[in-house]
Design a protein around this ligand. Structure first.
Ligand code: PMP
Length: 355
């Protein structure tokens, strides 16, 4: 089996893939494929209900919040967040910590004024800015909890005088989070939750309906809440596989258990990067991501041969994003620590050969 360090769509638990594959042929003994049953069938409704229940339970979603499974990826949420939360003529505040944050704030400009409270663009986003003031007259403050491309992560969430909107696409369910600190959380499923094609949205109900704007049904959180994520045909298969992945997470001991594993995976990998004279980490120490570990070769000529060695060892998906270069080891929830050890061994072997 391969050691899948891909950034997304990322690794899923093998047992989830086996169950999903079986359901494509015969879903729970119905004699029908999951792909050919009605989304309004009791069988599928049970899947969606279970998925919502698991999100609430695993993430400790309090009363007064709705959980939605929508389509269009996190990129659609870049627009739907301001569409639903930013009043006409209002202002939203953004923390610019990477390309995804930048794309999010660009979409908000279609709906109102945008204040970028701080950016780390001048250093190609190697750190999270900390010295900023969130304007109290903003409708919300938007952050990206984990910056997939640069390997930085907010270790603490800022105290905000206004509701916090958070893109958690690449670290959702990887660590404990106090949902009550957020007005809106969204995440494309394809890293820690399931396959591409479904987007998780957790929204505080009382923030809705205040923009003074008419919103078309598919883009309107309120309509989606009333329809129970079934205003139209939902992405049934992606929701099913997400539900299985959440069940897998629960069986492992939930978010606290996976957080300890993730911390250990990140700790041993950064330790090797810091120790190994051939490699260097990209992000500043205090902002290092525990999901996407970005590093480069001290000697750029080592890049290709190291990737070749990795390939021989079944390590895949390690090439860094084109805007950063080098390597990116995405160590999402489903990646076992044994795969991290295989990567560490490859790094050591490579250093031995290139002394
Ligand atoms: N936000 C973050 C942090 C991401 O990592 C990604 C995708 N890698 C996106 C947003 C965009 O997600 P999608 O492709 O689901 O639109």
């Amino acid at each position: 089996m391969k050691h899948n360090f891909g950034a997304g769509p990322g690794i899923l638990p093998h047992e989830v893939l086996k169950q999903a594959a079986a359901a494509v042929i015969d879903f729970n003994g119905t004699g029908l494929s999951l792909l050919e049953i009605s989304h309004r069938s009791p069988e599928f409704e049970a899947v969606l209900d279970e998925a919502v229940k698991l999100v609430k339970e695993l993430f400790g979603v309090p009363e007064g919040y709705s959980v939605l499974f929508l389509q269009g990826g996190a990129s659609t949420q870049f627009a739907l967040a301001p569409y639903n939360l930013l009043p006409d003529g209002g202002k939203a505040a953004y923390l610019e910590t990477g390309v995804w944050a930048n794309k999010a704030l660009k979409e908000a400009k279609f709906f109102g004024e945008v204040e970028v409270v701080a950016t780390s663009k001048e250093s190609n986003f190697t750190y999270i800015p900390k010295d900023f003031t969130i304007p109290a007259d903003a409708a919300y403050f938007h952050i990206t909890s984990n910056n997939t491309i640069y390997g930085t992560q907010l270790q603490q969430f800022p105290k905000s005088p206004v509701p916090v909107v958070c893109d958690m696409s690449s670290d959702i369910f990887s660590r404990k989070v106090n949902v009550a600190d957020f007005g809106l959380i969204y995440a494309g499923a394809q890293k820690n939750m399931g396959p591409a094609g479904v987007t998780l949205v957790i929204v505080k109900d009382d923030l809705l309906g205040k923009t003074g704007r008419k919103i078309p049904a598919m883009f309107n959180y309120q309509v989606q809440i009333e329809g129970g994520s079934m205003y139209n045909t939902p992405p049934c298969f992606a929701i099913y596989v997400s539900m299985l992945t959440l069940k897998w997470l629960k069986a492992k001991g939930g978010v606290p258990a996976i957080e300890s594993e993730n911390n250990e995976k990140a700790r041993v990998l950064y330790e090797e990067i810091d120790r190994n004279p051939l490699f260097k980490a990209v992000a500043v120490v205090e902002d290092r991501s525990r999901m996407n570990v970005c590093f480069v070769a001290e000697n750029p000529e080592h890049e290709k041969p190291f990737l070749k060695l990795c390939d021989e060892k079944g390590i895949v998906g390690l090439k860094g994003h084109r805007s950063v270069g080098g390597f990116r080891a995405s160590i999402y929830n489903a990646l076992p620590i044994t795969s991290v050890y295989v990567l560490i061994d490859a790094m050591r072997e490579f250093a031995e050969k290139n002394k």
